[in-house]
Design a protein. Structure first.
Length: 125
């Protein structure tokens, strides 16, 4: 089963939202980066929630697209976990780490993609 990078990013965003990640933002980097098409950025309030969010994203993306991350970095520290799906890179931050790195500011020219979370239009397991 093949999905577009945008569909994969939306699946990951819905999974993060399902696990109560906050401030879920999807940045469209198709015109700004040769490295990837989308950054999904979200915040987990603590390390345990960060682990749960990462596991949920990994499970839902696999179930809905068949994709596995090329790598997952930062899982031991859990202050910033990066999940690399090639065309989509997912960043799960603890609040203070997200405030420090401010990826949305760094990529301020990148358009935000409307996610419509909480409206019932979500992938299934």
């Amino acid at each position: 089963m093949s999905v577009t990078p945008l569909e994969l990013a939306r699946i990951a965003a819905a999974a993060a939202d399902d696990k109560k990640a906050s401030d879920v933002v999807l940045l469209d980097l198709t015109k700004q980066s040769d490295v990837c098409d989308y950054f999904l950025v979200c915040t987990a309030s603590n390390r345990r929630l960060s682990d749960a969010v990462v596991e949920e994203i990994e499970a839902k993306v696999l179930a809905n697209s068949g994709a596995k991350p090329l790598s997952i970095e930062g899982r031991e520290e859990s202050t910033w976990v990066l999940m690399d799906y090639g065309s989509v890179v997912v960043h799960v931050f603890l609040p203070e780490t997200r405030d420090y790195y401010r990826l949305e500011r760094l990529w301020g020219d990148a358009p935000r993609v409307e996610l419509g979370l909480g409206e019932g239009a979500r992938p299934t397991d």
